[in-house]
Unconditional design. Structure first.
Length: 245
């Protein structure tokens, strides 16, 4: 749990719709807080489709800030994509500084059973659309180095390339095992066998049903906030750069 904070400044930034540069809508209001979805606008033929997500856990604020800064700055790496952004899926948790939402539910364990309202409305908003890439930002509050989970075609993996770029701004993990899973230079390749156990998390839900490639970025919670934000922004920019080639 982090210190409770005033969520309204974040909500105001999402509500501002990038000063007209992109679309902003409210998916639902949960516990008095709106859950926003932002879109780049009408799809353009031939452009790859992207989903950016952050704030699934309310005590992981760096990803929220990273996504908002990229959108507000009209980062050029976004220009090649038709994108959908969910900058803060868990606004009640963000306001309280808790991992879970206001009902005490871990949203990232609710995409299979819809136990959390937020998971249900996100799935409904994405509908039956197919996406080329899904990137989500998380924080491991006990970690001292950046790592990521990757789902997708190993022949066109992005993880190692992204980690090489992140290493310029943040320590990256060199552990051979993370969360009980084999890791190589900070990248955990999630295989089909693991995914068949279910899709409780948003990442596994997206991979099984909506996205061809999935990256879950885990910034080290032990590092300063600005460094975590920079690490997330670097990871997203790197992934989009490599994916668009």
């Amino acid at each position: 749990m982090t210190t409770p904070n005033d969520h309204e400044p974040l909500a105001a930034r999402m509500r501002a719709s990038g000063l007209g540069r992109y679309e902003s809508d409210v998916l639902a209001t949960v516990g008095g807080h709106p859950v926003y979805i932002l879109r780049s606008g009408p799809a353009q033929a031939g452009r790859p489709r992207l989903v950016l997500s952050a704030g699934t856990h309310g005590d992981e604020p760096a990803g929220v800030e990273a996504v908002l800064r990229l959108l507000e700055g009209e980062d050029p790496t976004l220009a090649s994509f038709d994108w959908v952004a969910l900058p803060c899926i868990n606004p009640t948790g963000s306001a309280a500084g808790t991992r879970e939402n206001g009902a005490g539910i871990d949203i990232n364990r609710s995409f299979e059973n819809d136990a959390a309202d937020e998971a249900r409305v996100v799935k409904r908003a994405l509908g039956n659309d197919a996406f080329d890439l899904f990137i989500e930002c998380h924080e491991d509050l006990e970690a001292t180095a950046f790592y990521m989970f990757e789902c997708g075609d190993g022949r066109s993996a992005l993880g190692s390339r992204v980690m090489a770029d992140v290493a310029q701004v943040c320590p990256v993990s060199h552990a051979s095992e993370i969360d009980g899973m084999r890791a190589l230079e900070g990248v955990i390749q999630v295989d089909e066998a693991f995914a068949r156990h279910g899709h409780r998390s948003m990442a596994l839900y997206m991979w099984r049903f909506r996205a061809r490639r999935v990256l879950t970025c885990e910034a080290p919670g032990s590092l300063p906030f600005e460094q975590r934000v920079t690490a997330h922004m670097t990871a997203i920019r790197s992934a989009l750069t490599w994916a668009s080639r």
